[in-house]
Design a protein around this ligand. Structure first.
Ligand code: SAH
Ligand code: F3S
Length: 512
């Protein structure tokens, strides 16, 4: 079975959207041929000016939300270099691919895309092509050697160097910067919002990850974990509010691990002075500051790691109405043996205890998952434990993957990728089906209830319907009447599928 997206009416601004993965989620995804790729579009028409001397950059982003967010930083850096963005490949002087390495399939997609660009380059000898992001970081020079058409290779921490690197390639040289940084958070750069509906935006709060899950390439491609100055986060939030945005998602590989003590790596916190330690700001503090600063803006965050999530965060969520009741809490496996081999720092029991505590504090909090099937050594019994854990939690939605061995990871070096492909496929199919059943149970819980929906766009299925999300991150559609994009509307839910709530508006909600 080919991994495929289960519901075509979904969108890929979801923080966890990564190409090639099977998802059961309550958001609107693109059609299948758009999966994993968002060509950036500008919210005004096309900001390509008519000046023939202006350089134009076309940016295509793949992978997680952090990459999409990074592309907005890249667009901002390049605008200072005189570049405007274009949505038309043929108009571009520079094509940038912001890439993902999380699974092998993600990298194959990029290689195929480069073949297409190669053809364009043959007809436009001035065209330059650059690879950004995780694949750039992972493959470094090799990328230039292997992909002859690539002029530029830039890792996730080197985007401020783009103007210099572009000077190099304009002289006909190839340029590369894949240095990882201890302190780069791009806090001084105002992202240029790409592909935006003017309503939802990402704010990146941490970079990198220190967790070293044995299957994961992220710690190698995005470096050590560091947190961004809370002041700059709040300024970005205020700026978004002024521009009319209504919902922000605080982004990080592991947001619960956020820790600001004046700058520096998370792992060096113990070396900080007593005063710095005592005035440090953790994730629950940051969340509270954001909620207070902009009480009319909905706040979401992603991703939470069970080992780092604190009850303070849940309490702050409960305390402020504008923090949404949804936690993306990847579990990866329901088997303690596999969790241990994955170097996840919690057991199945601890995870379930955390879920219970969340439900004690926020009874209707929706929870979503990431699960990997076919990790090395996963037996039928381990797989059953994953299914069993899913039965216990009944997640609202989830992102499920077949294990993909990644070069350089501990799993690749020490463990045998010994679950055969048909077994991986079958197990994936089983968890996906179970998740669909659970998603339906969860959406049915909203039947006959009134939920607050933030209108994001016209529904893909009907021009007469709006599409938005409720507080718990479930998509809801309803007849447009006189409402507009960006309105918070009270919607009575009358019907549902496993991914979508269907209802009718009964008035503006009090958040307007
Ligand atoms: N903390 C991150 C996780 C990044 S990777 C976040 O912010 O989302 C997203 C998901 O990809 C992981 O939770 C995991 O389920 C999956 N994944 C990571 N490495 C993988 C691999 N080698 N094979 C299959 N799935 C993988
Ligand atoms: Fe990867 Fe684990 Fe960090 S999944 S991003 S190493 S929390």
């Amino acid at each position: 079975m080919k991994e495929k997206i289960l519901n075509k009416e979904r969108k890929n601004r979801n923080p966890h959207f990564v190409n090639g993965k099977t998802t059961v989620l309550p958001t609107n995804l693109p059609t299948e041929n758009q999966v994993g790729k968002i060509t950036q579009r500008i919210d005004t028409e096309d900001n390509t000016t008519k000046n023939p001397h202006t350089k134009r950059v076309y940016i295509e982003s793949y992978g997680c939300a952090m990459n999409f967010s990074d592309s907005e930083i890249v667009a901002s850096v390049l605008s200072k270099k005189g570049y405007t963005t274009t949505t038309k490949l043929d108009d571009a002087d520079l094509i940038l691919l912001n890439t993902c390495s999380i699974r092998e399939k993600a990298e194959q997609t990029i290689r195929k895309r480069l073949e297409k660009f190669n053809k364009i380059k043959k007809t436009n000898k001035f065209l330059k092509i650059g690879i950004l992001g995780c694949m750039a970081e992972r493959l470094k020079n090799k990328l230039i050697e292997e992909e002859k058409i690539v002029d530029l290779v830039v890792g996730p921490d080197a985007y401020k160097d783009l103007p210099n690197l572009i000077d190099e390639i304009e002289k006909g040289q190839r340029a590369i910067n894949v240095l990882l940084s201890k302190d780069e958070t791009y806090s001084d750069i105002t992202p240029y919002r790409l592909n935006s509906n003017g309503i939802n935006a990402f704010i990146s709060i941490t970079r990198g990850c220190d967790n070293m899950c044995t299957f994961c390439v992220v710690p190698f491609t995005r470096g050590r974990e560091r947190s961004r100055d809370p002041q700059s986060i709040l300024e970005e939030l205020n700026d978004l509010s002024k521009k009319g945005y209504k919902e922000v998602t605080l982004l990080g590989q592991n947001v619960d691990s956020y820790l600001w003590y004046g700058g520096g790596l998370k792992k060096d916190f113990h070396k900080a002075s007593e005063i710095k330690k005592s005035t440090a700001i953790n994730f629950s503090n940051l969340l509270e500051k954001c909620a207070i600063k902009q009480p009319k803006i909905r706040i979401r965050f992603s991703t939470s790691n069970p080992q780092d999530m604190s009850l303070d965060v849940i309490r702050i969520m409960a305390k402020y109405e504008n923090i949404c009741n949804h936690i993306h809490l990847p579990v990866q496996s329901g088997s303690n043996k596999i969790l241990n081999e994955m170097n996840r720092q919690h057991s199945r029991e601890e995870y379930l205890e955390l879920i219970n505590k969340i439900k004690d504090i926020i009874p209707d909090c929706s929870i979503s998952q990431d699960i990997i099937v076919g990790f090395p050594g996963e037996t039928e019994e381990d797989h059953k434990q994953t299914l069993d854990l899913m039965e216990t939690v009944k997640y609202s939605f989830g992102y499920m993957y077949k294990y993909s061995e990644r070069p350089g990871t501990v799993a690749q070096r020490k463990l045998l990728d010994d679950v055969d492909e048909p077994t991986k496929k079958r197990r994936l199919q089983e968890i996906v089906e179970l998740q669909q059943n659970h998603s339906l149970i969860r959406t049915k819980e909203f039947l006959n209830k009134v939920v607050e929906v933030l209108i994001e766009k016209t529904s893909k299925k009907s021009k007469l319907y709006w599409s938005g999300k409720n507080n718990e991150n479930t998509v809801a559609v309803f007849p447009k009447e006189n409402y507009n994009v960006g309105d918070f509307v009270s919607v009575k839910i009358t019907d549902c599928t496993s991914a979508t709530l269907i209802g009718r508006a009964i008035g503006y909600s009090k958040n307007n």
